[in-house]
Ligand binder design. Structure first.
Ligand code: FAD
Length: 485
């Protein structure tokens, strides 16, 4: 069959476009090279829904950020995605920084950011007592928020699939040809997909995908950013997102609570680090610690539960690239989506779909657009609700992840959801098992056993994360299947 639209890349952008398109009677396929959605940059970033004062007025980043911020709040409400509009500060430490703070205020005003204020150092410390005495003032933006970024993309992808979008995972696009006016997209394993329109949302690889149709109008460099995630006893140090003034390499080192109750510190910037390079290193992490000391000396880095790195897209245009390609008017680039790409994704998607409909994609609106899901989060229930949940399904009474209090029932729900995870990290992204202090050291084998049992796959075939990340190498002893539960 020939699809009306093929979206390449299931990150925040591809998932948001798929969700928006699924409102219409058009045949859409969402293609992803990994074995799950949201495994690229969308999975590894600062998880901030930015207010919108950073981008220079007149850029596409400015156009989409503040509107995306507003829409993200609505989508999280609709799809029950964890999101807290906690507000952000940009801290100033001298008069030069205060000049930047005033410029950001001007940008924000021009970009339509609501409720901003410029505060004195003392006013900042009244709201955030752990901020350094050296801070002389700050920009405060109450509309910024913290989110679960992969949960956001997954929820949008699930709603799209519920409304008829086909999801093709483990399909790494390697060739795009034109046959009889349509695109024929070939995957690395030889599978083919035909489509009338392509949306190129391949993140840091978007320039490589554009090259497949001969579009060489932009290139993308990469810049790795590394982070600390600290245990929940550090999560209470700050209520707001604490930025320093931005510099030539981006927004600088932030200290921020996460939506899961931890504290995040980072990222550094490593231009030219490589599109696939998500390794962390001592030098970069030491820089993160040293730079964060300017904001606060209260963080105890010995409470680190995890380090990670995400790869920024650094487009040659220094702005988002959104529109039909000069090489083919049925091929749309949604490329160069650097920060604030997560925040902007809903607004970008709305515009992309408007452009597709204007270009001839079927525009009949579905009568029964399904609103989607509300996953049960056992630990958030009241004692009475917990009792009722266990009475209905005893698996909610069996805690598997002790750090995060995640029950067997929630893991089973995830395994029978709209987009079925087949990896330990897929379960972690959906219900949080393995996200706590021990990082799955205790519950990992049990989760593996539940995946094997529910999906009827041999335990040794279950992966940690990406293809090839096997956990078990084979059976020991002479018995049959190990009872991992
Ligand atoms: C360190 C860092 C911090 C950031 N912090 C923030 C923040 O706080 N707030 C914010 O708004 N933004 C932030 N961003 C930016 C934000 O994360 C990105 O703009 C956003 O995630 C980009 O989404 P995407 O869908 O374009 O890319 P991705 O999430 O990378 O998705 C692209 C997808 O395409 C797939 N793909 C690639 N090639 C192929 C192929 N050949 N075939 C099939 N599929 C393919 C990939 O596997 C991937 O899943 C940050 C980025 C970084 C790196």
């Amino acid at each position: 069959m020939t699809y009306d639209v093929a979206i390449i890349g299931a990150g925040a952008i591809g998932c948001a476009v798929a969700r928006e398109l699924s409102r219409y009677d058009c045949k859409t396929v969402l293609i992803e090279k990994e074995n799950d959605v949201a495994m690229g940059t969308t999975c590894a970033n600062s998880a901030i829904i930015h207010a919108g004062y950073d981008p220079k007025p007149g850029t596409l980043m400015a156009k989409y950020n503040a509107e995306g911020n507003r829409m993200a709040g609505e989508i999280c409400e609709e799809l029950d995605v964890p999101f807290r509009r906690c507000g952000s500060f940009v801290l100033a430490f001298d008069e030069n920084d205060m000049k930047t703070v005033r410029e950001l205020f001007e940008n924000g005003t021009a970009n339509g950011v609501p409720g901003m204020e410029i505060l004195s150092g003392d006013e900042v410390r009244k709201m955030e007592p752990h901020v350094s005495e050296e801070c002389v003032g700050a920009l405060f933006a109450p509309s910024a928020g913290i989110i679960n970024p992969w949960g956001f993309a997954l929820a949008m992808a699930e709603q799209a699939v519920l409304n008829g979008v086909e999801l093709r995972l483990s399909f790494a696009v390697s060739k795009i040809e034109k046959e009889g006016g349509n695109f024929v997209i070939t995957g690395k394993n030889g599978e083919k997909i035909a489509a009338k329109f392509i949306v190129n949302a391949a993140g840091v690889y978007s320039d490589d995908i554009a090259n497949l149709i001969g579009d060489r109008s932009f290139t993308q460099n990469s810049s790795k950013g590394q982070y600390y995630i600290l245990d929940k006893n550090q999560g209470e140090l700050f209520d707001h997102v604490m930025f320093q003034c931005p510099g030539p390499l981006g927004k600088g080192i932030l200290v921020s609570p996460t939506i899961h109750g931890n504290l995040m510190v980072g990222p550094d910037a490593n231009p030219g680090s490589g599109k696939d390079n998500t390794a962390t290193d001592r030098k970069g992490l030491d820089h993160v610690i040293a730079a964060s000391r300017k904001t606060t000396t209260a963080v105890n880095f010995r409470e680190c539960v995890r380090n990670f790195a995400g790869v920024r897209s650094e487009p040659s245009t220094h702005d988002f690239i959104i529109g039909f390609s000069g090489a083919d008017d049925h091929f749309m680039n949604v490329a160069g989506i650097k920060s604030p790409g997560l925040s902007s994704s809903p607004a970008i998607a709305a515009d992309v779909v408007k452009m597709l409909l204007e270009a001839g994609v079927p525009s009949g609106k579905k009568e029964n657009f399904l609103r989607g899901r509300k996953p049960l989060r056992f630990k958030e229930l009241s004692p009475e609700e917990k009792k009722a949940a266990i009475a209905e399904n005893p698996a909610y009474g069996h805690v598997i992840c002790r750090c995060e209090t995640i029950t067997e029932g929630e893991i089973i729900d995830a395994l029978h959801g709209v987009i079925v995870p087949k990896t330990l990290d897929g379960i972690k992204r959906r219900c949080g098992a393995g996200m706590g202090r021990c990082q799955g050291g205790m519950c990992g084998p049990k989760v593996l056993g539940i995946i094997a049992r529910e999906l009827k796959i041999p335990p040794e075939e279950i992966l940690q994360n990406r293809d090839g990340s096997f956990i078990l190498t084979g059976k020991t002893g002479k018995g049959g299947d190990a009872d991992v539960l």
